[in-house]
Design a binder for this molecule. Structure first.
Ligand code: FES
Ligand SMILES: [Fe+2]
Length: 347
């Protein structure tokens, strides 16, 4: 074959690969609980609409405080009932902008303007729960597990953030367990898993010890040891607690990923802090306690945001290796992937 012919054949192979290539060999929408909104966003009368696990949903709360999360398309003739499309909540019921059918929080059609509600007219609804001021809905039929209530006595209020990435939700916790990337992507050079992961049904737990620097430009000289406990309850609820004996500050971080459509992932994240009263953060000990913890919480939030940005390009462009060629210091990536398999939905 001539050089030209070989080149053309390589180009054809690449083109075929591009056409047939699937970035992930499993669905972008694993089963489990996913963030819908913060509880205070869903005040009675307010309607929220969004893309969520490959569908459009609406969510609202009636006067009694009951929440409904439902498919956004009307069972009558298919109008979208999100707020931008004209959907609204009237007397605790969702009212369709097309012909005025009204649905209660059970999903039943309770009223139409000109005739009795058709007997089979009801919304497709999703199981919901509220935990620590967040509303979740379950994707994938009947819930197979419950989410935890986290005791937040003594902690600051959570500070929230939101980012979008072009990746699969499974990549986010995997990144936190990928010990060797901390050195190259985040500048944390001593990271060690303290045991083997514990999997109990839908709960995943592991812990690591780290020694590293902050990303914040004015605090790069600070170096300290931390112990991090990781918890997951499915892929939509990722939570970790960090304790640092050097600073006396404990932090909590929540990452609530929501796959919107294909690889478009929204990451809602929140942080909270608590100080060890016998060991005030020395550099800020002159501040009143309330201000100091709030300031520390804001700094932790900035640090979290910077850390997520450092991962952005790799998440956005990487390919999933189903059979990765791992080194023996790569941590619990395979144990984590085995845990994830239980949430895989058919493609
Ligand atoms: S499409 Fe909703 S009431 Fe007709
Ligand atoms: Fe990372």
């Amino acid at each position: 074959m001539t050089d030209n012919g070989a080149h053309q054949s390589r180009r054809q192979t690449v083109a075929m690969e591009t056409l047939t290539y699937k970035r992930y060999p499993f669905s972008y929408f694993p089963t489990g609980w996913y963030y819908v909104a913060r509880s205070k966003e869903l005040r009675p009368g307010k309607l929220v609409g969004q893309q969520w696990c490959g569908v459009h949903i609406v969510a609202w709360r009636n006067e009694e405080g009951k929440v409904c999360v439902a498919d956004a398309y009307c069972p009558h003739l298919g109008a979208r009932m999100t707020p931008e499309a004209g959907g609204r909540v009237v007397d605790g019921r969702l009212k369709c902008p097309f012909h005025g059918f009204e649905y209660d929080v059970s999903g039943a059609c309770m009223h139409t303007p000109n005739a009795p509600p058709p007997r089979t007219c009801e919304l497709v609804t999703y199981p919901t729960c509220e935990r620590n001021d967040v509303v979740f809905a379950y994707h994938g039929g009947e819930p197979k597990f419950e989410l935890p209530f986290i005791d937040d006595e003594g902690w600051t209020l959570r500070i929230w953030g939101k980012k979008t990435f072009n990746t699969h939700i499974q990549e986010i916790p995997e990144n936190a367990l990928d010990l060797n990337h901390f050195q190259f992507v985040h500048g944390v050079n001593e990271v060690e898993e303290t045991g083997t992961p514990e999997v109990n049904g839908q709960h995943f737990y592991t812990a690591i010890d780290t020694r590293g620097r902050l990303n914040l430009p004015f605090a790069r000289h600070l170096q300290f040891d931390s112990h991090v406990d990781f918890h997951m309850w499915g892929l939509g609820y990722f939570f970790f607690e960090t304790t640092s004996p050097d600073t006396g500050v404990e932090t909590r971080s929540w990452l609530f990923g929501v796959p919107q459509r294909d690889a478009l992932l929204t990451l809602n994240y929140a942080v909270a802090v608590r100080e060890n009263p016998s060991q005030r953060l020395q550099v800020l000990k002159w501040l009143p306690t309330q201000w100091r913890t709030l300031l520390v919480c804001k700094l932790v939030h900035m640090e979290t945001s910077l850390t997520l940005e450092q991962d952005r390009e790799i998440w956005n462009s990487k390919r999933f290796r189903a059979s990765p060629r791992l080194a023996n210091t790569d941590g619990s990536i395979l144990a984590y992937r085995r845990y994830c398999q239980q949430f895989n939905a058919p493609i």
